[in-house]
Design a protein around this ligand. Sequence first.
Ligand SMILES: [Zn+2]
Ligand SMILES: [Zn+2]
Length: 198
Amino acid sequence: MEEERDLFGEKIGPADTPSDPVVRTRSGKDDTLTLHAATLARQINLETLATAVTVSWNPRMRSAAGRAFLKDSRIELNPRLQDLPEEQRADELRRTLLHELAHLVAFERSGQRRIPPHGAEWRQACRDLGIPDEDRCHDLDFQSRRLARKYAYHCPHCRAVIQRVRRLKRRVACYPCCRAHAGGRFDARFQLVERRLG
Ligand SMILES: [Zn+2]
Ligand SMILES: [Zn+2]
């Protein structure tokens, strides 16, 4: 199988491949993500939580990527997550959902006692949900990463777009197009067009 590469010819790893559920709504309950969260809770034997958990989108949220309402077993997500650059979107959504679910898991396991929001119980839940490296400042992280994207480049031929923090110093052509139409060599017809963001 051929390796997948982005416009710059850089390898695209499995982490960049969006494999998470497709999102269809920006407001109200999301059945797909609710089912997804329930499945995850069931996998770690929290049947009560699996039955109760709901995931919804709240368009009134400001900078927070997500919130967990412990007593209601409810997760709210910020629909701005859907506006993130494509290469970040699936990962950011997955992270946010798991981060918030970890709050519900920790609360459930502690017998619904009051526990420190990002304490040992939460960190254990993160490990069990497959995000052992999750940090506690999800909200700020979401914003700073979002603001970090400064330049967009698009290919005039295939119209693919990619975003970068730093400006490219050299001339770069679209890698997939050069490979498809120019034997893999630089071809000015496919030179990426720069646009400043924000
Ligand atoms: Zn948190
Ligand atoms: Zn192209």
